[in-house]
Design a protein around this ligand. Structure first.
Ligand code: SF4
Length: 432
């Protein structure tokens, strides 16, 4: 049975990552995060609102620390000499205890762990803040407001505020999202191609990034080619880094062939839920401006007509019944795309901020199904060099959640070979 500890008493990092997404982490007074940690930057629809940690060898994890429901977490971050550790209270975790908490509360939840009533789970790494975060571009902008690390890759929001947030789209934003609040406060609204390029070069120099992921919200025109072409062309030509684009479906699918010609490696479409009624309820702007079918058509077109290196369909587990998430995974994988499966995080400021986080018991079968389907379909998972994502469980990380992690030996060997070949191909082409 998959659990936090292996039979030999060592920690299962995959389970810990998933459980931390579901429960969050409290901070023991021994910690010195202002000195040791990366600043918490609320971006990416609010999902990047947590503390960046590395679990196990290289499992980057953005752990919820400020939301009201974190008060109920049995997990604590403790500093022991120079090392950071995760501890778990030995009291039984009671999901219903959320009912007794004030959902308006705000952390970080700092206290003093009674170690006599807890057990050590594992040592973790708190990745330091890169020096380039506090550098400024030539135009004087703070680089951490241009882009930020989400694990080991650089995420950059590009374009105006998602138009689901107004001025004419009031009340049409997605109910789990806070992008409209973050842009301008945590992220720079006005940024030039030069600002982005300088930030990318600094992140490559210091943090050795290999992948730049740009995203945006809705435009009334749905002209994402017009919005991104110049930026992506410049980034590819000047850096040769891997590029990913996440945007709503373009008004003209032929533009995806042009993105491919520019050298874009990955396309990603966030439709969040497969249940059509919930799709409309959760994202009224998404439903009005595109609709679920348009998202599915875009995934199918990009994966099967254009053929990017990878195409992702992004869903949020915990926003719809488990069976519906399984159906979404089946649909995505049977169309040649790779699911990106987030765990629903009721973040501060979102319309769904006061909801309870999902139970790990419900999430486990979703992520097991995710891994199983990726392996059965022979999808190219874990190939890109040095791309560790802290906001989600990567498909290859979900192997640790399986009852038999050693299954699919041959396919895993082929993925390993493909990773080596792709890494060599990348090293020849990267220009910086
Ligand atoms: S489309 Fe929805 S999730 Fe994306 S930025 Fe707009 S409101 Fe947020």
């Amino acid at each position: 049975m998959t659990a936090l500890f292996h039979p030999d008493g060592t920690c299962n990092p995959a389970y810990l990552k998933l459980d931390l997404f579901c429960k969050g982490l409290r901070i023991d007074a021994s910690c010195d995060l202002s000195e040791d940690a990366r600043e918490i930057i609320r971006n990416r629809a609010g999902l990047g609102s947590g503390l960046e940690l590395v679990i196990g060898r290289d499992m980057y994890t953005n752990v919820p620390v400020v939301e009201w429901w974190v008060q109920n977490s049995p997990y604590w971050l403790v500093k022991n000499g120079p090392s950071y550790e995760i501890w778990q209270e030995t009291r039984p975790f009671v999901y219903e205890a959320y009912d007794d908490l004030a959902p308006a509360g705000r952390g970080p939840w700092v206290g003093r762990l009674d170690r006599a009533q807890a057990r050590r789970v594992d040592t973790v790494t708190v990745p330091p803040e890169p020096a380039w975060y506090k550098q400024r571009t030539s135009s004087g902008k703070l680089m951490q407001r241009i882009g930020c690390l989400q694990g080991t890759y650089l995420g950059v929001y590009w374009g105006p505020r998602c138009q689901n947030w107004g001025p004419r789209g009031e009340n049409e934003f997605c109910k789990f999202c806070t992008e409209g609040q973050n842009l301008g406060t945590h992220e720079e609204v006005e940024k030039s191609i030069a600002d982005v390029l300088e930030t990318v070069l600094a992140a490559r120099r210091e943090s050795r990034i290999t992948f730049v992921h740009v995203n945006t919200g809705f435009l009334d025109s749905n002209d994402y080619w017009g919005l991104f072409a110049e930026l992506l062309r410049e980034l590819k030509q000047k850096t040769g880094l891997l590029l990913g684009l996440q945007a709503p479906p373009d008004a003209d699918f032929e533009n995806y062939r042009r993105f491919k010609k520019l050298g874009v490696n990955n396309l990603s479409f966030c439709f969040e839920v497969m249940d059509e009624a919930l799709f409309k309820e959760i994202g009224p702007g998404k439903a009005r401006r595109a609709g679920l079918q348009r998202y599915l058509d875009a995934i199918d077109f990009c994966a099967n007509e254009v053929g990017f290196d990878t195409v992702n369909g992004e869903i949020i587990a915990g926003l719809e019944p488990v069976e519906s998430s399984l159906r979404a995974i089946d649909w995505i994988t049977s169309h040649g795309a790779i699911p990106t499966v987030c765990v629903f995080r009721p973040v501060l400021g979102a319309a769904y901020a006061k909801r309870k986080p999902p139970r790990v018991e419900d999430m486990l079968p979703v992520f097991q199904h995710f891994y199983r389907r990726c392996m059965e379909k022979g999808l190219p998972i874990g190939i890109a060099p040095n791309v560790k994502v802290s906001l989600i469980m990567l498909p290859e990380e979900c192997r640790g959640l399986m009852p038999d992690p050693n299954a699919w030996r041959m396919k895993r060997a082929m993925l390993w070979l493909a990773r080596g070949a792709f890494g060599a191909w990348f090293n020849q082409r990267v220009r910086v």
